[in-house]
Structures are given as C-alpha cells and as structure tokens.
Design a protein. Sequence first.
Length: 229
Amino acid sequence: MVVYNELVALTAGAGLLGFAAFLAQLIKGRRIDSEGWAGFFAVAGTLLLALGIHTTVTWPFGGGGFEYANIAFGQPAAGFGALLVFAAVYLWRHRSLYAGPAEDANSATLAAFKPVGIFVGALGLAMAVLAITFVRFQLGAAPAVEPISGRFGHLPILEALFLGGLWGVVALGALLFAIALWTDRPQLLRWAVWAWVIGGTVFLLFGAMNFYTHIGMYYNIEHGTMHKW
C-alpha cells in the first residue's frame, strides 16, 4: 500500500498556518507581500491539490477497513489545495494592488475572497461531518505494529477523539470565515485565525511524527520486530 498522508498532513498544517498568518495581516491592516504569499500558496496548494485528487480518484488506502481514509484525507486535501491555488493566482495577478495603500488592498482582498468563502464554508461543513464520523464509528486507530500510535490502538476512541477534534477545529475556522464574510462581521475572522493556528500546528506536528511512525511500521513489518517507540 503506497500512501503519502504524511506529506498531505504536513502541507495542510503549513497551509493552515500560512493562511492564518496571511489573514491576520489582512485584518490588522498590514502591508501584504503579494508575491511571497502567492509563492507559498502555490507550493502548498499544488501539492495538496495533486495528492488530494490522486487519493480521491485512485483510493490508495485500501484493505482492513481503512478505505474511509481516502474520503477523510483525500477529498478535504483536494478542496483546500484548490482554495490555496486560487489565493496564489489572485495575489500574483493583483501585485500592483498591493503596491498601493495597504488599507485599500486589504479591503479589496477580503471583498474578493467573499464569493470563494461559500466553498470555504461548504468544506468546513464537510470537515465537521467527518469529525462526527470519526467519533461515531471510532475510526483512525493505529495498528499495533506502528510505533507510538500503535501503543494506543486497543483504545480506538482515543485516536477517534483526536482526529475528530482536529477536523472539528479546522471546520470551525472555515465556518467562521464564511460567516464573517457573508454577514459583514469581520470580528469573527480573528477567531477563524485562532482555530486555524491551533489546527495547523497540530496537523504540522502530526504529519511530521507520521514520517517516523509510518517508516517504523514498515520496518516492523519487514523485519518482524515490534518497536513501540
């Protein structure tokens, strides 16, 4: 089974943290480096879009009841990747806008993001449903052969609560973002920033840890060992 959810989680975490930082600069009225942010969003968005679409249409996670991961990981990654690519294109095409007064550029950016906020909210709704699904069906338990995570595999509710909580925090940020733009309540954007900072940090650390735990799992399988840490 060839999977790459390590890179997906790592990039999603970086993307969430990056967009949270970008949004914080917008609402604080700071000058935006449009070319720099366009480059960042293009890199993160392209990776997530490509890997998310591949996961969605090929279902590389297979066997042992793990097929749900193709839906829970692949489809949100594809959607988030597309949104980041949109942000990259917008910022690159409107470079001259950001050379002018910061207040004008920032207000124009939020206005331009309002239509796509509908999809952000829709993706947030999907993430909220996935969060409930993780907990309801106690999904996500690591096999015993996987280091660190596998030590808690006999308690599936623990990882289900962790994944459900993580998806839920990101969903909250997405819903707040959409509501803030469509109800003209910009004060809610600060809470969206905090939700994505928390979710992005956890995603980033979780993805980094998985480079270790997944390689350790394959090592244990290949060599018949049971390294727990």
